[in-house]
Structures are given as C-alpha cells and as structure tokens.
Ligand binder design. Structure first.
Ligand SMILES: C[S@@+](CC[C@H](N)C(=O)[O-])C[C@H]1O[C@@H](n2cnc3c(N)ncnc32)[C@H](O)[C@@H]1O
Ligand code: SF4
Length: 370
C-alpha cells in the first residue's frame, strides 16, 4: 500500500483582518512572572492564590474584578501584565453522551480543541492541546493534516484545564489530564512550564501521575521530560515495529528513531519503576498482521523491564485529511490483536475511544482548520 508521506508542515493561521499576532512566543508564562513579581514586591503567597481563585471561580474577567486584592495592587498588575485574565475564549461546544468538545480561540486568532470525557462517575479525564495544528505530518491524523499553526504558550495550555467554564459545570479539577489533543507536546518547549504550573499547588495542583504526555518520540525533549518531570505518565506512539513502515506513518521516525526513544524509556523505568505505555494504532490491512504482532511483542520482550511496558491498542478513527486508503479495523480484529499480544506474554489492553460521532476522539481534532 502506498502511504502519503509528504504534507505541508506549516500553515498560516487565518486571522481576522487587522488582528496582529499579539502572542510573544519567546515569553515565559505570564502566571509565573506574576507570581515572581508578587513575591519580589513583598506580597504574601496567598495573593497569587486569590487571583487564580477569582479567575477560575468565574467571577473575574480582569484584574480590576479581583476584589480580594487591594485596589493599588489590582491597578499595578493590570498595568504591568495587561488587564485580561483569560488567554482563551470558548467559542463553540459540542457534546455526545460521554464527551464534551470545546473549541477555544486564543488571542492571536489561533484555534484549538479540548475534550472532556465523563466515562466513570466522579472521574473526568481531559484531553488538552499543546499546539494549534501539528507540523509532524503523521499520515493518519487530522491535526497533522492541518500543519503547524503555532505552539501554544504555557498559559494557553494550562488555561484549558483552569478555564472558568469547568467550575460553572461543577468540574473545577479533572481527574486526569492527557496531552493527547492537538499537537506534539514535546515539539513545544512551553510544555515544560505548563507541566510545572499544572503540578504547582498554588495553580492547578494536579498530581504528576495523573498527567499523561503522549509523544511520537521527540527524543531530545523526551530525555528532558523524564529528567524534569519523572512522575508524569508517558505514552510513546509506536504504530509499527518496522522502521521503514513507521517512517511512512510517522515521518519523525527519520529524525528520532523508535529505538532511541525506547532506550530512553528503558532508563526511565529502571530508575523510577513507573509503568510506561506504548500506543499502537491499528489500521486495517496496514499494521495488523501476524508479522506485526510477532515483531511488536519481540520489541517489548527485549526491554530491560518488559513487565513495566503496557501496549494500548487503539482503533483507527477515520480522520479528516487522513490517508483515504486507511480503514478502521473491526472490533473483532482489535480484540484479536490484543489477545495476540497477551498470548505472546505482553501486557496489553484496548484503549476505549469516546467522542467519534463529534470528531472528538484521538486524531480527529482539527479545530475547523480543515
Ligand atoms: C493526536 S495524538 C497527540 C499526541 C502526540 N502527538 C502523539 O501522536 O502521540 C494522541 C493519540 O492519538 C492517536 N491518533 C492519531 N490519529 C489517530 C486516529 N486517526 N485514530 C485513532 N488514534 C489516532 C495518536 O497515535 C496518539 O496515540
Ligand atoms: S499523531 Fe501526534 S505527532 Fe502525529 S500529526 Fe497527530 S498530533 Fe502530530
């Protein structure tokens, strides 16, 4: 089968006329700078928390609305950091039985999507975007078909989790957060500050173990991630055990081979004893054969601690802009593949997919760019 391997890697965002790109992508997180400023000017720690609570609690749009702060401090923060608290505006919401998908617009006009799944009582998982579009061009993914519009800032990434709309819906904190929305998190350096903020008790206060970063294997930053955030849960997208075929599906294989990424995971599991996940996207007739099963199982069994590697088998969701030759496998085929791995001594389960009817499942997000 011929796979499409070339895609435009960047695409200009459609911005309203006269709207400058006001986002400074070289700047550090505004929230981090605000916190540093408050501390450097002798304010007690609770002042930062007061701003965050007012913002997240949906009562404040601007610093001027944060009534808990002394008026002088409100004016000072607005003057120094700009009046608005919100970096993202929710412009559209779609729902099905288990999933809510929100289209957010950022200040530059860039658009992203965030998905919340309610699949177990009292446990909500949020799928966040790290980039508007993605420049890595995987041939099965709608976000890849968009091309890279731009990296999100750390504040735009974390605002998806902290947005006041969730408080209004009774969901001030999701049970877990996965970087499985739009974009390749490790291709965006702002993800490191975003993780620091998400795990900061004064900001989102999430446990690192409840955060999953999924990557196609941006090895240089995977190395940095395991060093700086060792407790974050990791998923490496594999999709083929054969380098030639993997490079057709995931062009980044040519720059950062799977073997290099697996070597990083080997070191990581040896030091942390944390379980890691290998995602395997099953496309009918492409990567679902016995030879794939044997080679994938072999790849896992050759790890230094194979018991700490878990394969999540994902059914291909038909994605806008994906290769038209790709077909979704039947449920029987997916279950058979999982059984095949188990029979070969590999831990494996099928990853449940929600939201396919509203294009909210893995690989389907394109924020209306397509
Ligand atoms: C959209 S990606 C974002 C995270 C990261 N860039 C990655 O690829 O791992 C999240 C997950 O969706 C999977 N995915 C992409 N396209 C898909 C599709 N059409 N159907 C099902 N899963 C897909 C990816 O392989 C990955 O495991
Ligand atoms: S699968 Fe991940 S890395 Fe590949 S194009 Fe989609 S978002 Fe980017």
């Amino acid at each position: 089968m011929q796979h499409r391997t070339s895609r435009s890697r960047t695409r200009s965002p459609s911005r309203p006329p006269g709207d400058p790109n006001v986002v400074d992508l070289t700047a550090r997180s505004r929230w981090m700078r605000i916190r540093e400023h408050l501390s450097a000017t002798g304010n007690p720690d609770f002042r930062f928390r007061q701003v965050i609570s007012a913002w997240q609690g949906s009562t404040a749009e601007t610093f001027a609305d944060v009534r808990a702060l002394p008026p002088g401090l409100r004016a000072e923060l607005a003057e120094r950091f700009g009046p608005r608290l919100h970096p993202l505006t929710a412009v559209e919401v779609q729902r099905d039985d288990h999933v809510e998908k929100v289209l957010f617009a950022a200040e530059s006009g860039a658009r992203i999507e965030t998905v919340v799944s309610h699949y177990r009582a009292g446990w909500d998982s949020m799928c966040v975007s790290s980039q508007a579009g993605c420049g890595l061009g995987c041939t099965f993914c709608a976000t890849g078909a968009v091309g890279l519009v731009r990296n999100l800032t750390a504040d735009e990434i974390t605002a998806q989790v902290m947005h006041p709309r969730w408080t209004r819906e009774g969901l001030p904190r999701p049970g877990s957060v996965a970087f499985m929305g739009m974009g390749e998190a490790l291709a965006n350096p702002h993800v490191f500050d975003a993780l620091t903020l998400l795990t900061d008790p004064g900001y989102a206060g999430l446990s690192a173990r409840r955060i999953t970063v999924s990557t196609v294997g941006f090895a240089s930053n995977l190395d940095r991630l395991v060093a700086e955030h060792p407790q974050v849960t990791l998923t490496l997208s594999v999709h083929s055990p054969f380098p030639g075929q993997r490079a057709e599906l995931i062009p980044l294989e040519g720059r950062y081979p799977l073997a290099d990424n697996l070597a990083i995971l080997d070191r990581h599991v040896r030091t942390t004893r944390r379980k890691v996940y290998l995602a395997y996207l099953l496309i009918a007739g492409v990567n679902d054969g016995e030879a794939h099963l044997d080679a994938l199982a072999d790849l896992v069994r050759r790890r230094s601690r194979p018991e700490l590697f878990h394969v999540s088998v994902i059914r291909y969701n038909v994605a806008a802009g994906g290769d038209p030759a790709y077909r979704a496998p039947s449920t029987r085929l997916v279950e058979g593949f999982v059984r095949g791995l188990l029979a070969r001594g590999v831990h494996a389960t099928r990853r449940r997919q929600l939201g396919t009817t509203i294009d909210a499942a893995c690989g389907q997000l394109h924020a209306r760019y397509l």
